[in-house]
Design a protein around this ligand. Structure first.
Ligand code: MN
Length: 148
């Protein structure tokens, strides 16, 4: 099951996002501020982070900076959830290490599309060369050995 961590200080918004995500079959985790979000990423290893920009303790910009600076977390897909829908803010968000953004109120369809886009991107990046090809090669080697 794909795990999505919601980091958002507003309880009503968290609940709405949880309902949209669970309706799509995602497993949902929640954090109420930026510091808790960082802690939970380390503890629960979500597949995607939905990150509110305006939050107490650490805001979304500070959280995404810390994620990108940490080699263990740097590849985590992060989607900004923002009340600031002005053009300049969107550019700032995309230059700050986010992989995409959604404006509040979050639209169910945009949310689903962005999540699918980021998961496809992640899978394209991690799937091809390594494990699957390697285990196929191992299988062939074993088959050849047993044939002798
Ligand atoms: Mn907020």
């Amino acid at each position: 099951m794909i795990k999505v961590l919601i980091a958002e200080d507003n309880g009503v918004n968290r609940e709405l996002l949880r309902e949209l995500l669970e309706a799509r079959g995602y497993a949902v985790l929640e954090a109420c501020d930026g510091q808790q979000a960082l802690h939970m990423i380390e503890q629960t290893q979500p597949d995607i982070l939905l990150l509110d920009i305006g939050m107490p303790v650490l805001d979304g910009f500070a959280v995404v900076r810390k994620i990108r600076e940490n080699p263990r977390l740097a590849t985590l897909p992060v989607l900004a959830i923002t009340a600031y829908a002005m053009q300049g803010d969107q550019e700032k968000i995309m230059k700050s290490g986010f992989n995409g953004y959604l404006s509040k109120p979050v639209n169910a369809r945009s949310l689903a599309e962005e999540l699918e886009r980021l998961l496809r991107k992640r899978d394209d990046r991690s799937a091809p060369p390594n494990q699957s090809n390697q285990s196929q090669a191992d299988g062939k080697a074993r088959a050849a050995d047993s044939g002798k």
